[in-house]
Ligand binder design. Sequence first.
Ligand code: GAL
Length: 993
Amino acid sequence: MQEISPTTGSDLDYITAITPPDGTLPPRASTPVTDADRVDLDGTWQFRLSRSAVAAERHDLAPGTDGWKDIQVPGHWPLQGFGDPWYTNADYPFPVDPPRVPSDNLTGDYRRAFTWDKPVEGRRWVLRCEGIESIGRIRVNGVLVGVTRGSRLEQDFDVTDHLVPGTNLLEIRVHQWSAHSYLEDQDMWWLPGIFRGVSLLERPDGEIGDLFVRADFDAGTGTGTGTATLRIETTEPARIDSPELGITGRSSGETIDLPGAEPWTAETPRLYTVTVSTAAETRTLRVGFRRVEVRDGNLLVNGRAVQLRGVNHHEFHPERGRAVTPADLEANIRTMKRHNVNAVRTSHYPPSPRLLDLCDEYGLWVVDECDIETHGFLHQDEEHGAWTAPWKSNPSDDASWKPAYLDRMRRMVERDKNHPSIILWSLGNEAGTGENFAAMAAWARHRDDTRPIHYADDVACEYVDVFGEMYTPFARMDEIGRRLDRIDPASTVDTLQDVARRRLPYLLTEFGHAMGNGPGGLLDYRALFEKYDRCQGGFVWEWRDQGLARPLPDGRIGYTYGGDFGEPVHDGTFSIDGLVFPDGNPSPGLLEFKAVFAPIRITVEPGGDTVHIRNLRDFATLDDTEFRWTVAFDGMTAASGTLDVPRLPAGTAVTVPVPATPPGDGERVVTVTAVTRSGSRWADAGHEIAFGQAAGHRPVPAPAPTPRPGAVAVDAVRAASIRLGPASFDTGSGTLTRLGGVTFTSPPRLDLWRAPTSNDLQTGQDGSAAARWRRANLHALDHTVLAVTETTGQIRVLTRVAPLARSFGVHVDALWSLTGDPGEVRLSLTATPYGAWPSTWPRIGLRFAVPATYDHVTWYGYGPGERYPDTYSATRLGRWSAPVTELQTPYVVPQENGARGGLRHLTTTNGHHRLDVVAESELGFTARPWTPEDLTAARHHHELSPGPETVFTLDIALDGIGSAACGPAPLPADRLSPRTTELRARLRVHTAG
Ligand code: GAL
């Protein structure tokens, strides 16, 4: 390669080169444990940021920087005070004009001096760069060693001849943009820097070289008497030993039969320790035996069709970005395991090898994805901004890019090939199709015939082994499940390719877009996975909200998204779409995932006398699980115990009795939970895996009294208020202003609004629900009282609630009556829509507010978390209690949240007065320290601050959640179409002392 002029900076062609990296050694398998030496170069380096590559040569620094500063490696410079992050989804943040990139190309010079006192004779020393975004030009003691290309790909350089005894200088010049940025258009923050480790590795003469573990498991007859074989291919002949496997002094290249070895599965991640040695070096491997194949239309592991209950995992930390630590990764894995996740797609690049080690150890199926996305070449309608096919000038189908594509695939496969957890290679994401992908697939198949290939953009499945798709609507998936799909959905005849594709198993590469409140509809997807053998599960998009932390002036932490750094082109909130919040805490979406995809299905039969238990695992028994039961009356536990459950092999079920218990007062609820018998790396003993619940008889509420006609209207001018027992009503508006000692700061009134969720806002497959609500002016309702009539013991208020400027609305007929309890009134309300309603309703309920001193709520109903029409699986019937502040779900982007459903009664108190609501019809509630308008207006969670009131809604019904931000809207049954609805409840006030 050419020496680059150190002074003129004129030879910058390496930045726009579309070739693979320069000066690298062939990639090889990662084998973390070796007795060869290693020098870690992570830590504090020196750093200088320049505006451009040319400026870097002239020491012309970026604005706001002044010379060499300390920086941490691994790390991204924009997260360490140098420049800013930039978020885009599919757009390139520069003109699409490959291979050119802007000349304003931020350039970071990294340097590190180190003392070298290691021997160089009889060995080579290799500089390993695990990840540099975008490219890094490397010099050792002033000599150019090479250029890295492929941000998330490991690259090794032989630096032996450039090392000197004593002080050495390592310099890496990193450019934010390069031609290779065109291949790295993943939906994530652009975060330049040396973000993975840098080290020097000893390679003694006579070392093992590369190493390919072929650890096969033949499940044989399926009776459990499988046979394992081991063959380890090495560059240099080596000796193989494993006391655990009874292997002594065997040779590399030999196939060793191991009849007694247990298979590796994600449910039983059995790893064996094997050493591989030459005279010069010994490496210690963790080997797992399994066989992956596509046979008879299914993806099989060890002969069985597996269900992937997966997530898409980006490497992300709110402070460190993609420079994640092993502890960050392990925390993710533990949270995944605790929430019944059994698979990971490494969207959209090979992860840190540490993640794969953890997947091997903890047990997770992995789809390892290559570092390629060219989404910004998808033709964009320049007027409307919509992404429409076809692709234009896509590198994926341009032969001049082929070496780069092949190099990326090769680096991934070679580095990761020995991980038993990896069951599929994925060629990349959203990069269209083309000859370069076909070549990658062919190369991978030739190199590794033990793993099928996935790539969702090969729609016709010309070179992949599984049919992968994203965000598929339910009806279409049903067709796919029945193997009736056509590549061209408009066609009415089958092509040969249609027939061939139907033979492939089907995976949802991405589904259940977990943006904000959601995803809804996971149960509907589960039903399809269970109905069709072809549908073998998939991966929810995505694991974690990619919100970068920003310290706020008041000491709190805020989370940011696109646009918060002044990016001129960005994709806003689209990076906030995870099952866990940026800080790693589970969102309600993850709890829903856990319940929906639990590998144990517990169905307590109505009446609660028996329970049906199904083992939905693919391999393991439930011997590690204990089943506990409780019987509660009105939420108070009356009896509990442990169930006797016979041995349940994978895929089997049993019905067992729940012990008889004495009768009690109130609603009888039987709950059965499956918990871990003993502790493990990821959960303590007693960790709940699944639950089932059945409510017995719920006492029928007494019917409300029928209004008597002919009552006399009160003259609003004569009396300011009307009294009904403990209740006072305003005569002008007919609203309840006071009940006993409780003053309503906002009286109960019908409400139809909710702060739109991310799914409501986005124009997914069904257009934007929120846009329709706004067009219907549901955020601007007028409440006009039509009549207030009073008869003995009751008050009837007729109101017309209607959006401004519209001719449709709702007639509300509210009847307030006495119940005989001196502190109580009963409300019986009917809401009847009129006119031609053009949209669904976000919610229908009664909204009121009381002073913020009512800051705590206790309820008997479903909880403890939020619940919507299509996200309810994680909640159970019980007694719950929480401060109002904790009833809020801290979605990064404020939106509707925190609804509790199936309410029997609730109580809120200020310590002096207590307000009870007793539900006599299907009811839910929200309680917030701010108004729905505040929630609608705020752009970040931290912008919300508690106001002077606690605002309640008593919800009759809510619209579904769905995942329309990128996927299907809620199914019609979960939508709240305008309809006549009723609310019956008793409101009661107690005063302490
Ligand atoms: C998919 C893409 C993901 C992400 C998602 C939307 O199409 O593969 O990377 O952008 O959409 O959040």
